[in-house]
Design a protein around this ligand. Structure first.
Ligand SMILES: Cc1cc2nc3c(=O)[nH]c(=O)nc-3n(C[C@H](O)[C@H](O)[C@H](O)COP(=O)(O)O)c2cc1C
Ligand SMILES: Nc1ncnc2c1ncn2[C@@H]1O[C@H](COP(=O)(O)OP(=O)(O)O)[C@@H](O)[C@H]1O
Length: 309
């Protein structure tokens, strides 16, 4: 799958496509329905399927000081869109210029001129353009003028509630991995480079691969049963601390998975760590011995949890 810039002319072989328009952070079941419809329509008509996303997230542009809230990085979205059958991911840079485009300018300058789109699929509640002047009705009207097919996909609900990124964020902030997994159709996963830490882990028999939380939403601090995916595709099981490790000075905010039966260096590798279940809150221990005794128990519990999930 190709990654394209939303500011440049789309190459000829990807023009005349159907584009799923949205941000799709998390790529939850609702997002999957929108992208799925775009891909299905594209296949039916023998057209390329494109998926849009915004970087930075529009919320970040409008609220630069908002606490981290991301559910996926651009790299994760790229993989998820490819798995959903898209031929290209189109990244719109959300900056002053984009924010100032009216709905009509966005459709004419971006969808028609730069992308050469033949069809566009959004969620029913999608808004776009300066002051959110564009919605699915405006999009349909502009589409008629420019020969652009439009389709609005209704919300996907679970129970009485629409599935949304904010519902998933709330679940993760409560340590409710199971709800997040259901709404995402896969576990929430943090991807990042393995960085150097204090080199303490190895001396207590528990080396941990330290990953920065970056722009990700902060799930509830605590100990989790996890699965890790290495760059080479290997999947490892483990137990991880996500938080500030209050036993150590100075406290540092990290995700630190210990992988069972694994003895290789991971420094510099990009790994992805799936949060399967919250086991307990982080605690401050009075020394290394009680910490290690608790880590032994955590690992035993994580193994039990992972064996049945
Ligand atoms: C399963 C597990 C549970 C842990 N629980 C805690 C905890 O409750 N409190 C704490 O301060 N550190 C805890 N840690 C320890 C730290 O996350 C980390 O292993 C330690 O700070 C060594 O860091 P290093 O990787 O920088 O050497 C836990 C680690 C693991 C793997
Ligand atoms: N089972 C394992 N789980 C996690 N990391 C491991 C494991 N075995 C070896 N490693 C390596 O050891 C490093 C962690 O060792 P540690 O002493 O905790 O150092 P640091 O403080 O730099 O994280 C990891 O980054 C990884 O390269």
């Amino acid at each position: 799958m190709q990654r394209l810039s939303g500011e440049r002319r789309v190459p000829d072989d990807l023009r005349g496509g159907v584009i799923a328009l949205g941000n799709f952070d998390g790529f939850h079941r609702g997002h999957q329905a929108v992208v799925g419809s775009a891909v299905a329509l594209a296949r039916e008509q023998g057209r390329p399927a494109l998926v849009a996303t915004f970087d930075p997230h529009p919320i970040r542009y409008f609220k630069p000081d908002a606490p981290p809230f991301r559910l996926t990085t651009l790299d994760q979205r790229e993989r998820l869109f490819a798995e959903a059958g898209a031929d290209a991911m189109l990244v719109f840079t959300f900056d002053d210029h984009l924010a100032a485009l009216t709905a009509q300018e966005f459709v004419e300058q971006r969808l028609i001129d730069l992308i050469g789109a033949a069809g566009v699929v959004t969620g029913e509640d999608f808004t776009f353009g300066k002051d959110r002047g564009g919605n699915v009705r405006v999009l349909a009207e502009l589409g008629q003028v420019h020969g652009l097919t439009t389709e609005a996909v209704g919300p996907v609900a679970e129970g009485d509630e629409t599935i949304s990124s904010s519902r998933i964020r709330t679940a993760l902030q409560a340590g409710d991995c199971e709800t997040a997994t259901r709404l995402l159709t896969r576990p929430f996963a943090i991807q990042g480079d393995v960085i150097h830490g204090d080199k303490l882990g190895r001396t207590i028999g528990y080396p941990t691969a330290n990953v920065s939380l970056g722009h990700y939403l902060r799930p509830r601090y605590g100990i989790y049963a996890v699965r890790g995916r290495l760059a080479d595709g290997r999947v490892l099981e483990g137990a991880a601390n996500l938080g500030i490790r209050p036993t150590f000075d100075p406290p540092k905010e990290l995700l630190e998975p210990y992988f069972f039966d694994f003895h290789e260096s991971l420094y510099g590798q990009v790994i992805e760590v799936e949060l399967i279940r919250f086991l307990r809150p982080e605690m401050k221990f009075d020394g290394i011995e009680p910490l290690v005794a608790q880590m032994d128990k955590d690992c035993a519990e994580a193994k039990r949890v992972l064996a049945e999930s």
